[in-house]
Design a protein around this ligand. Structure first.
Ligand code: B1M
Length: 213
């Protein structure tokens, strides 16, 4: 197998045997984020496919998630960083009912490496907790992540609840179940402030930068 294929394999098989040596090798050829978005994500997509076909069980998908998390943690120190932490403050959360957090945590790494102060509220975060955090932290934006189809609907509810609490700071939304169209036609109309759809973590950073200017 090529290096790229081996990296995807570790994720699919949920195995760390040789993983870090191969990540070290990959760093000689690729930027850390390209390793994540390339072979590691290809592995995760394969996991999603196998799971969908009932060829993997949840426990196995969890092992794959462990490999992905360990890889991101290994690559993180090699990512570009700015020294300042003054661009703005962003609250991040995976919405109520959803436990998927690898994408959200990647967004956290990228934002905090690029000058943002991030308050990560974790997973299954109900609107009330977001409202409380928004009042306490006074962030410049709120970032919501969700991967399940029902999470897209949960984002609509979250936007309604935030609006009812008189919160109108920009919302940044992302995750596999969302699209730009859903964001513009279903979430944005329920909210008073801007609502922006990020297709990946890098795009999330670009949008945050645009918001702060
Ligand atoms: Co689950 N899961 N899962 N899962 N899981 C999916 C999402 C699924 C598509 C798999 C499938 O069936 N093909 C499917 C959803 C179906 C649907 O609703 N349409 C699914 C399901 C069904 C489930 C359960 C219901 C399974 C069950 O229990 N029967 C259950 C749900 C539990 C719950 O949430 N209540 C479940 C559980 C799990 C695990 C716990 C085992 C594990 C998660 C572990 C963890 O996150 N700590 C897991 C995993 C790993 C997946 C897949 C395989 C991979 C997700 C992932 O981490 N991708 C996933 C299939 C897939 O996506 N291919 C699947 C890598 C990550 C880097 O990408 O999170 O998409 P992602 O983030 C991207 C972008 O989306 C974006 O940036 C990132 C890239 O740069 N992004 C943002 C995300 N958030 C953003 C926020 C932003 C900006 C960008 O700004 C704020």
């Amino acid at each position: 197998l090529s290096l790229e294929e081996r990296l995807a394999r570790y994720v699919v098989e949920g195995s760390k045997d040789g993983l870090f040596e191969d990540l070290e090798e990959a760093l000689k050829k690729y930027a850390p984020l390209d390793i994540i978005n390339g072979p590691l994500m290809a592995g995760m997509d394969e996991v999603g496919r196998l799971f969908n076909d009932n060829q993997l069980i949840v426990a196995e998908v969890l092992q794959s998630a462990e490999v992905m998390k360990a890889s991101v943690a290994f690559l993180e120190p090699h990512m570009d960083k700015t020294e300042t932490n003054t661009k703005g403050k962003i609250i991040l959360a995976t919405v109520k009912g959803d436990v998927h957090d690898i994408g959200k945590n990647l967004v956290e790494i990228i934002l905090s490496n690029n000058g943002y102060e991030v308050v990560n509220l974790g997973i299954k975060v109900p609107p009330e907790q977001l409202i409380e955090a928004a009042r306490k932290e006074k962030p410049d934006a709120i970032g919501l992540s969700g991967l399940l189809v029902k999470s897209a609907q949960q984002m609509v509810v979250t936007a309604q609840d935030l609006k009812a609490a008189d919160i109108d700071i920009p919302l940044l939304v992302g995750g596999a179940a969302l699209s730009r169209k859903f964001t513009e036609t279903r979430i944005a109309p329920e909210y008073d402030g801007p609502v922006l759809y990020a297709k990946d973590a890098m795009n999330g950073l670009e949008l945050a930068n645009r918001l702060m200017n």
